[in-house]
Design a protein around this ligand. Sequence first.
Ligand code: PLP
Length: 324
Amino acid sequence: MAFSGTGKVWMNGALVDWKDANIHIASHVIHYGSGVFEGARCYDTPRGSACFRLDAHMRRLYDSARIYRMEPRVELAALTDAVVETIKANGHKACYIRPIIYRGYNALGVNPFPCPVDIAILTWEWGAYLGQDALEKGVDVRVSSWARSAPNTFPTLAKTSANYANSALIKMEAISEGYSEGIALDTFGHVSEGSGQNLFVVRDEVVYTPPLTASILPGITRASVITIARDLGFKVSEEMLPREMLYIADEAFFAGTAVEITPIRSVDKIQVGKGARGPITTAIQKQFFDIIRGDAPDRHGWLTFLDGQSSLQAVAAAGARTTR
Ligand SMILES: Cc1ncc(COP(=O)(O)O)c(C=O)c1O
């Protein structure tokens, strides 16, 4: 979906008009991919707008910056406040949130140290990433001919702009050949993840997902799915998965901020299970959306309301009121 081109962008502490949120072409990030960023979502709930696991996203952002030896000029808590301020300034009820910390303009060369560490926050309204239909019917995917980066090359625990050159290759290959997404293997041939989402498979009622050592981004949706699946009483195993596990799975699904929880109905034209969203995927997906929509209790305190209260604070306050 194209941008509307309106609204405000937070840049190094100031809210500027969308059209003025520009950086110089000689900025380091443009040439060398020296940016780390986040993708989070704010949802419209009956209690008001709430960001999903904003604290976890901001922590990963600062972890990514640390891996790349960047010192943000703003403390984590203040940048979290700036995210909320930007959403409010744009009047969004629900939106996608993109904070980015990047090496800006000063000098060009591989060495990023002479360049400033700049920060921006973008927010925009964004619906279902693979289409609304995909959330229900599932998507057709292929195993990519591109592998995820090898250990000790591009660190996958960092969500860095540079890593998305690899993601774009995976995505373009899949789209060009009529698939919605590609699943990358790691350089040892184990299942890793999609171009911009983590992966789960279900077999004999056990929920499997590759571990952090399989060149994956440590997804916040992935962590939430693991918690939800265990809460629902399913066994979850984080383990290395051979490619062929994808072909014999009863169910498979993607998890990520953009795709949320999207079932996979075929891999390499081999039908997954019955070729439709399976019962365990449905149960996990339902719980996920129920929490986000405020239809299920936010037991783990995952929602940060724009009115300044976390769900846990709201629950505590409500409890205090009723016991008084
Ligand atoms: C490569 C990759 N893996 C996994 C994910 C899922 O992570 P999260 O659930 O934190 O959005 C993303 C999304 O940002 C991603 O880009």
